[in-house]
Design a protein around this ligand. Structure first.
Ligand SMILES: [Fe+2]
Ligand SMILES: [Fe+2]
Length: 430
């Protein structure tokens, strides 16, 4: 009897595994555009890029663009812009990802656009170009959204409700998990896009990949960039060769946003060296008052077993030398915020070195057991971060999934380019 039950259990597990491997994504493409997402791939003042998905019967990559006029005859004022497409085979079908660049736009202006054509065109969406002069800018930052994306959706949507005029949403990697648990890759992206919905189509997204965007769902040890990454986004190609759309920078209203591919930096000496050299150039020739760096693996981990020595040894000297204001990371699935002075010794005080943040927007959560470098830490707490830069002041607010303020600080830029740090977190937040 026991043998018979064991056999039944073995058969049961085998069929579950087979079903998982053979599962086809719930999010099959159709003739109608979906996964519509804005990115900035050139000058933020004069361009905007849009990417969307259809099935392979759609042979044209067209979008319409107009000033966001009040008239219902918006289409009469629209121009048609043609782009390109890339097919991605996997998870039981072929998807077609279309990409269009809107260029020659006017700074600080609202536009309306739709993608696709005829009866299969999308609804009209709107976006705004960046101002040519430094003006107040709010952006939202999300740590890892991977893992049970059903819990991530509420964070993204509350962030949008909280800061509907945010100009950018930046992601520090591990947007998706990369095939664990037998969930098709495509389905993970389907869930991620479903969480963002129309928000992705109206607020430009700037992501960098994490280690989970480099896992192969079939062969875990193989570490190529997720096959949906480059077709699914239209990001800058101004980074080191071979890391296009994963390491890049964007200037937006007086802030230089620098994105690195830290997974490649950890695993590939050539890509570590090329990113280090590139980063130095991008920091040295920086016309912006503020510098925000985003990548996946933190310089200072919250876990004793996850110390990213390569990242710290390569990046810390440059971050200190060029006085980077803020470093936004993920990977550790906790929340931690602190500053470590250039000499590496002084951890507290009003005069800030660079502020380092680790955060997580999704459900996957870890403990904190590293030697504490952070001034504010939280575990098992999903957060999003709203950051506003206005002249010489940067205001940072982190909110938890209930919408409560979970962390707060300001940086005031002094004449010598150092920052005065102030946090009221200890008295205001419990
Ligand atoms: Fe992660
Ligand atoms: Fe990670």
């Amino acid at each position: 009897m026991i043998k018979f039950l064991s056999l039944l259990i073995i058969i049961g597990f085998s069929s579950i595994r087979m079903n998982a491997q053979e599962r086809i994504s719930r999010y099959r493409p159709s003739v109608d555009p979906d996964r519509i997402i804005l990115n900035i791939s050139g000058e933020a003042t004069t361009s905007m890029a849009v990417t969307w998905r259809t099935d392979t019967t759609v042979i044209e990559s067209v979008a319409q663009l107009a000033p966001n006029l009040p008239t219902v005859r918006l289409a009469d004022s629209a121009v048609t812009v043609t782009g390109t497409y890339t097919d991605v085979a996997g998870d039981g079908f072929v998807s077609r990802y279309h990409s269009v660049n809107f260029t020659g736009l006017t700074p600080d202006k609202e536009y309306a656009y739709r993608v696709g054509s005829g009866a299969n065109a999308s609804e009209w969406f709107t976006f705004e170009t960046a101002s040519a002069a430094p003006e107040p800018l709010t952006f939202i930052y999300f740590g890892d959204s991977q893992g049970s994306s059903s819990l991530y959706a509420r964070v993204l949507r509350q962030a949008y409700r909280s800061a509907p005029d945010a100009s950018l949403m930046i992601f520090s990697g591990d947007l998706v998990d990369g095939g664990s648990g037998g969930i098709p890759h495509d389905e993970e992206w389907g869930v991620w896009h479903a969480a963002g919905g129309f928000i992705h189509a109206e607020v430009p997204v700037l992501p960098t990949p994490g280690n989970h965007e480099h896992y192969d769902p079939a062969v875990r040890g193989k570490r190529d960039l997720n096959s949906y990454w480059r077709p699914g986004f239209t990001l800058p190609e101004n980074g080191p060769e071979g890391l296009e759309e994963t390491a890049y920078y964007v200037d937006y209203q007086g802030v230089r946003f620098i994105f690195l591919n830290s997974d490649e930096m950890m695993r590939n000496e050539t890509h570590a060296e090329s990113q280090t050299l590139w980063l130095e150039g991008v920091l040295k020739e920086n016309p912006c008052k503020w510098t925000v760096m985003t990548f996946h693996h933190p310089l200072y981990s919250t876990s004793a077993r996850r110390d990213n020595t390569t990242i710290r040894e390569r990046l810390k000297p440059l971050i200190d030398r060029y006085k980077v204001d803020l470093v936004l990371t993920g990977h550790d699935h906790t929340y931690a915020r602190g500053h470590v002075m250039p000499d590496g010794l002084e951890k507290k005080g009003r005069r800030a070195g660079t502020v380092y943040v680790v955060s997580v927007s999704g459900a996957k959560q870890y403990q904190q057991d590293a030697t504490q470098w952070w001034d504010r830490g939280m575990t098992f707490t999903q957060t999003w971060q709203e950051i506003t830069v206005d002249g010489n002041e940067l205001t940072y607010n982190a909110y938890d999934a209930s919408g409560s303020l979970a962390d707060h600080f300001t940086l005031k830029k002094k004449k010598d380019d150092t920052n005065l740090f102030k946090s009221t977190v200890a008295t205001e937040i419990h």
